[in-house]
Design a protein around this ligand. Structure first.
Ligand code: SAM
Length: 339
C-alpha cells in the first residue's frame, strides 16, 4: 500500500505543487510537453530543456526537479557477478526486436538485462533462487518508504561491512535483510556474492551513499510495479510461466563456475536438465552462457551465435576478453552474431 501511494505522489516536491497550480506553472510549452511525455521509460523528459524554459525562482522549477527524479531509467542498483553489463546492448536489442506479451527471467540476479530493455512487456516475471535477491526486490516493491528510512544513516566503512558479513540473514527481518544485502553488494569487490571482500578504489567516491543512490532506488521501485517476483528453482519457474507468447531470457551461472552464487543452487548436471526443458517449451527463449564445447553439444538443436565480450575484474582480471554463446529457439537476427 505504501508503495503504490508513493507512486502517485512521488515526493514532497510534487505534493506541494497541487494539480491546479501545476497547470498555472506550466505556462511554458516545454514544461507542459515534458509533463505529458507518456511512456517515461522510453521517452524521458529532458530536464535541461525544461530548465532553460523557466525563469529563475519560478515555482515550476520544483516540478522540474521531481520530473528529473521520477523519470530516471531504472538500472541495477548494485554490482553483481555475472551482471550482463558488456553484453547487455546486444541481448536487449534481440529481446526488444522480438514481439512478446510475457517476458520472464528465471535467473534475474540484479536485473542487468531485465532493466535495460527498452520496452516493458504487458506481463513480466522475474525469478531468482537466491533469497537475498528475492527479498531485496520484494522490499523495494512493497516497503519502499520504510526501506529508505532504514538506509538513511548507513555510511561506507570496512568495519560496518565486516560486521554485516558476520550476520546470518535468516535472523533478520525482511527489511533488515534487504538493507544488509544491498550494503554488502554495493561495497563488495567485483560484485561477488560469495567470498566477498571490501572493495576499495582510489578513483571513486564511497560506494554506499544514499544521496546518490536514492533516485535509483526510486526508479527501481516504480519500475517494479506490476512485475511478479518469484523465488523458485528455474525448472518450476519455466514450467509455470511457459506460454506460446512468453519470451524467456536466461542467464544461468557459467559452465565451470556453478557455485559462484552459493553452494547447492546450481551444478553441472543442471545444464542438461535446462537444455532438455528448453527443447520442449511452447514459448521462445534466449540464453547467454560461456562458450564451451559441452554447452554447444547440449544445445546442438538450437540456434547458436558466438559473441566476444570482456569479463569483469572479479571473474578474469581487468580487460580479459572471452567468448560467449547466445542460444535461442528462434533466429535472433544479424546483430547477435557480431563478434
Ligand atoms: C549469472 S547470474 C544472473 C545475473 C543477471 N543476469 C544480472 O544481470 O545480474 C545467475 C543467477 O542465477 C541464480 N540461480 C542459481 N541457481 C539457480 C536456480 N537453480 N534457480 C534459479 N536461480 C538460480 C543465482 O542466484 C544468480 O543470481
Amino acid at each position: 500500500m505504501l508503495g503504490s501511494a508513493r507512486r502517485f505522489k512521488p515526493n514532497s516536491e510534487t505534493e506541494d505543487v497541487p494539480l491546479r497550480s501545476r497547470k498555472r506553472v506550466q505556462g511554458s510549452r516545454a514544461v507542459e510537453a515534458a509533463l505529458n511525455t507518456g511512456d517515461l521509460l522510453t521517452n524521458p523528459a529532458d530536464p535541461r530543456r525544461i530548465k532553460a524554459a523557466l525563469p529563475a525562482n519560478h515555482p515550476g522549477r520544483r516540478v522540474r526537479e521531481s520530473i528529473r527524479v521520477n523519470q530516471r531509467q531504472a538500472k541495477p542498483i548494485a554490482p553483481y557477478l555475472g551482471g550482463k553489463r558488456n553484453l547487455a546492448q546486444r541481448v536487449c536489442r534481440i529481446i526488444d526486436a522480438n514481439e512478446h506479451t510475457t517476458y520472464a527471467e528465471p535467473f534475474v540476479g540484479m536485473g542487468g538485462i531485465f532493466l535495460r530493455r527498452r520496452y516493458p512487456a504487458k506481463s513480466e516475471y522475474i525469478n531468482d533462487l537466491n533469497g537475498e535477491v528475492y527479498t531485496l526486490f520484494r522490499v523495494l516493491q512493497e516497503h519502499y518508504v520504510a526501506f529508505l528510512d532504514l538506509l538513511r544513516f548507513q555510511i561506507t566503512t570496512q568495519q560496518n561491512f565486516n560486521r554485516l558479513l558476520q550476520v546470518d540473514p535468516d535472523t533478520l527481518t525482511d527489511l533488515q535483510r534487504a538493507a544488509r544485502f544491498l550494503y554488502l553488494q554495493r561495497c563488495a569487490f567485483g560484485g561477488k556474492v560469495t567470498g566477498r571482500s571490501f572493495g576499495v578504489s582510489a578513483d571513486r567516491p564511497a560506494r554506499f551513499n544514499l544521496t546518490t543512490l536514492e533516485p535509483d532506488l526510486e526508479a527501481l521501485h516504480s519500475r517494479l510495479s506490476g512485475v511478479t517476483v518469484m523465488r523458485l528453482d528455474f525448472g518450476s519457474f519455466i514450467q509455470r510461466i511457459d506460454r506460446s507468447e512468453t519470451l524467456f531470457y536466461l542467464d544461468p551461472p557459467y559452465w565451470g563456475s556453478e557455485e559462484d552464487y552459493g553452494r547447492g543452487s546450481f551444478s553441472r548436471e543442471r545444464f542438461g536438465e535446462l537444455a532438455d526443458q528448453l527443447s520442449g517449451i511452447r514459448g521462445r527463449f534466449l540464453l547467454s552462457i560461456n562458450d564451451v564445447p559441452e554447452i554447444r553439444e547440449m544445445f546442438s538443436w538450437a540456434h547458436q551465435s558466438p559473441v566476444r565480450t570482456s569479463y569483469s575484474v572479479a571473474r578474469a582480471g581487468r580487460g580479459a576478453t572471452a567468448s560467449e554463446l547466445l542460444i535461442s529457439n528462434f533466429y535472433p537476427g544479424g546483430e547477435s552474431s557480431l563478434a
